[in-house]
Design a protein around this ligand. Structure first.
Ligand code: NAP
Length: 291
């Protein structure tokens, strides 16, 4: 078994981005600039946004973090999005999800101009992805593709099973793994909570991508010998041994599954860092397209 080391790979990717930023600046260009909007102070969202801002700093991007109260009206949030859309100094905008219940996530996502939608959630970017046209790919699936590519995982002709059909991970992942591209050309099965024979299906996967948000859901009996396992899940669970009082768990029971597979992502240090690196990559692409 070999680890798909997302932390290491993301650091390599970030170093490559930093080199490009330096070269842009050396030629008199401007630093790429990512803006993030955080509504409320949900612990996990706060952690993710702070990690994104820190990553911007590491690669030499400018960043702006707009914090809004949890009770903010949808109108005020949409107005913040509009202001950033119109701000020519900003190349990419993300609105950290989830949003409070009184705000429509789809309305907010659709308000971001597709050219600055570096999370790749806008219907135009998702539609272009479906058609295999240039677009911002959703950051988590894009990070997984990058990880598979850098570890030279053969995907063509393989059976890829995706567990979870969210708009931000499972559904786009299933489309990307089926596309006629270097990392793609899989036969894909997309499973979800209504799938009746999940274990039978997952046991046939050469590549198993798990994104359902249930800690240690995938056990050894659900996995084929020699499979490649990508664990997207991140759930905070209580811990008596960490200082913070919690730790992160993936959707795969790592200790029992790892010995069975050829490659596996750890949690933490797998898909999470790749998601952030992909977001930076999309922001760099946006900055280059907009100059
Ligand atoms: P989500 O919106 O929470 O949806 C969960 C999906 O799992 C749904 O499609 C649901 O099916 C399916 N599901 C639930 N129970 C199931 C079961 N027993 N069998 C099969 N499928 C089942 O998903 P998400 O936003 O993609 O998040 C999934 C996990 O990934 C979470 O832990 C999240 O924190 C993590 N995540 C990590 C990153 C990262 O960068 N590493 C990024 C995004 C998300 P239905 O559609 O039928 O309800």
């Amino acid at each position: 078994m070999q680890l798909l080391d997302g932390k290491l790979t993301a650091n390599t990717l970030k170093d490559e981005i930093a080199i490009e930023v330096n070269s842009i600046i050396a030629k008199g260009g401007k630093k790429p600039h990512l803006a993030a909007i955080l509504v409320g102070s949900n612990g996990a969202s706060e952690t993710y946004v702070n990690a994104k801002v820190k990553a911007c700093d590491k690669v030499g991007f400018d960043s702006t973090l707009v914090r809004l109260d949890a009770n903010v009206s949808e109108e005020i949030l949409l107005n913040e999005v509009r202001k950033i859309n119109e701000n020519s100094a900003i190349d990419g905008l993300i609105v950290q999800l989830p949003l409070p219940k009184h705000i429509s996530e789809s309305k907010v996502t659709e308000k971001i101009v597709p050219e600055k939608d570096v999370d790749g959630f806008h219907p135009i970017n998702l539609g272009r992805m479906m058609l295999n046209l240039p677009s911002f790919l959703p950051a988590t699936p894009a990070g997984i593709l990058e990880l598979l590519e850098r570890y030279e995982i053969e995907t063509s002709g393989k059976h890829c099973v995706v567990i979870g059909r969210s708009n931000i991970v499972g559904s786009p992942m299933s489309v990307l793994m089926a596309r006629n591209t270097k990392i793609g050309n899989c036969t894909v099965t997309l499973t979800h909570s209504r799938t009746t024979n999940l274990k039978e299906i997952s046991r046939t996967a050469d590549i198993l991508i798990v994104a359902l948000g249930k800690p240690e859901f995938v056990t050894a009996d659900m996995v084929k010998e020699g499979a490649v396992i990508v664990d997207v899940g991140i759930t905070r669970v209580k811990s008596e041994i960490t200082k913070s009082g919690w730790k992160l768990k993936g959707d795969v029971a790592f200790d029992e599954v790892a010995p069975k597979c050829s490659f596996i992502t750890p949690v933490p240090g797998g898909v999470g860092p790749m998601t952030i690196a992909s977001l930076l990559k999309n922001t760099l692409i946006s900055a280059k397209q907009r100059k």
